[in-house]
Design a protein around this ligand. Structure first.
Ligand SMILES: [Zn+2]
Length: 72
């Protein structure tokens, strides 16, 4: 986990307050709020992002940056 994850006070994506919760994006390295996380979950390629992340962990890649946010 990067220092940015703990240091960030604003959502990297929408600029929203992170005091109610923060989480790493499943698509890239942004630290996002729970509202943005919920939007990620609803993306059609969320499963793909999740699977890619699991695959990276399985092969010991701790710095996997994610599959990126494609335009939907
Ligand atoms: Zn946000």
């Amino acid at each position: 986990m990067s220092d940015h994850f703990f240091d960030a006070t604003r959502c990297d994506r929408c600029g929203g307050d992170l005091s109610t919760g923060r989480i790493m994006s499943m698509f890239n390295t942004e630290v996002i709020c729970m509202a943005c996380k919920e939007k990620e979950r609803q993306r059609p390629d969320y499963r793909q992002a999740l699977q890619a992340d699991r695959d990276a962990i399985r092969r010991g890649d701790r710095n996997f940056p994610g599959i990126g946010m494609k335009k939907t």
